[in-house]
Write a protein of this length. Sequence first.
Lengths: 178, 162, 374
Amino acid sequence: MTIFQRIKNVLFGILVLAAGVVFLLDPSDEAYMIIIAFLTLGLAIRGISDIFFYFTMARHMVGGKVILYKGVVILDFAFLTGTLSNVPKIYILLYLIAIHAFAGAIDVLRAMEARSKVEGPWKLKCFQGVGNILLAVACLVFIRYTNTALIIYSIGLIYSAILRIIDAFRPTAFIVIR
Amino acid sequence: MNYENAELRRHEEDLRVSGSGVLVMGAWQVVKLFMQVFLVSPESFRLEADSTEEKIFYYTIFIGMLLIGALVIMATHAYIGLNAMHAARRKPYKKGYFAFTVFALVVNVLSLASYVNFFTNPESMDTTIASILVDLTVIYIYFTVVNASIRIKKLRAAEQEE
Amino acid sequence: MQLDFHYYATYCAAFLAGYSHEESLEIAYSAQFVDECSRTLLAKLKAPSHAATTQMQLELMDARTDPVGLQDITRIWAAFHFLPRDLHAEKKKCGKRYLDKYRLICGPNGELVKKTVEFAKGRPRQSVGIAMHVLADTWAHANFAGTPSLVINNTNNVFFELFPEGDGFIEKQITFVHKRSVPDDLENSVYTNSLYQSNENSIMNLGHGRAGHLPDYSFVRYKYLPAWGDYGELTKDNPSDYFKAFSQMVYAMKFIRGVEDEFVCNTYDTESVSPHEDRIREIIEKRQLISDDDWKAFGEELSGKTVEEFHLEKYFDEYMETEKKDKSSTFLGKFIRGAIAHKGMVIDEIYRSGNKAAGAAKEKRGLRFRLKKG
């Protein structure tokens, strides 16, 4: 990780930590809307930048088409997230839990790959991923008790944020061929 | 630099990537289907029934149909996607994937006509634009699979003749 | 390329070009020092940081990848390790941003390498060493660019090592892993490379990182699909390229010494090299990670004298103990001035071609490098 990536991760971690705390202390409709809005915006920017990158640069690259497809899927995901603003809170919570669980699964897969192919810390990533999945499952178990599920979800956000900040300060294996 | 089989490699790569794109799109369609039903428009699927047992029965039928639909969507996309990828990598594959792809391409192109009415409703314009974008991409992916398959067949035949 | 070629092979080439044993050692040291002279080392010597000719791992980890940071990275790597082959290369139907990066692709026998060799003529031997490092790297690092770029420097799983058999070659799939602590496994064609990063400007996409150390191994032949190649298949024959690099270095240094009237691209001093061709090819084609001992032995055979091992701090004391006003006349002082001048020349050429990837060279009165001959 470069120093700027570390700073970016720390700032993002603080943002997610703040979101978790806000969700915990004031689970109002506005809190949901803000989170959905941030998620939509972030995904839309990511999708559009991937698509833009494809048309300006990656279309000349061997295997560049995958970047276009990735961008479109992310953009569609962003728009779909945006349409959730008018649904009951419970469904938004389910949606956010699903994203959390998916991110956790990706973390576990990456940790397993890091363990076998890449030299790098994998235990923290694996722990983070498993933790996210377990929290998502716990949220689902208590989904009928909205407030309990919300507390568990907020704890999950705070947990993710803290681990992200810790990860930003860890030395990372960095293979640059000179 | 050897450009001798460059065109063949390009189309093989296009077929491989588009094949995996079909798989991803299939999975994504299934996810969106469930999200549409349970999150975005759950009230559209509320059933009127006299008793709880009847409700359970109708909901079971409904969920069953939904699962079958999802399975059909996933199976079709997997058939097309996996066979396209195998064709690209010169592994054994089922030639029927081409016919399925052409069919899916035609269906998707024709389905664009349904968007004509949506432009009169400004409230859902953002989601309409998003849907059109995705549908156009799906059409592009299917077209790439068809085009790449045809070109690969011709180029490989020419390669064998040499 | 590695120390074996930049130091020992350069010594051998310098000796064959007519330099004495001591002069050849100076040139060889300077050639290798290009791979050592980082900002960290310059800070330790209290020397100007803009003389840096390389960046260490930790420096790269902290490098910014915003436009200014990218220019800083490109200035070093394009000038000293990935000299562009054709600053006016054309590619159809592409934007300016892509074209700028495409034009930074390194390769031998370009206009810039001619200018590099001509620039070293009449300058101290340290500048000759710098020029030889740059020239040698145009052969080894060909087809990669000295700027972080996914769309130029990426590779995929179409990567095969070629083993001679009869009149042709057999292909073996190369497996790339990302474990720095494990040495490359030559027997099973398992090599380390940098991790795939989809970010265009990631440091992992700098130079030949995605091809691992393969370009730096003189014995290896391989074929792959370069990201910029429109699906064309590129075969890299390192034994042939390294031999040409060696022969061209001899020719270039003869020109610098004044034996040859001009430096013409695509010209190699086969006359001086041919008596030793079998020996050189034997060293180049030997399947080993490091060839220091073999090149050293060859150099000692040529000169009849002991070729001392590369000692990084050989000239440090001289530089640090000299007063500031006299530092430029020390060995490292001359190297530093040579590096700044060469970098300025290359950046200037890149900028004047309309490419802003390396920024612009500043021309200030008094700082433009002018040195007396010798």
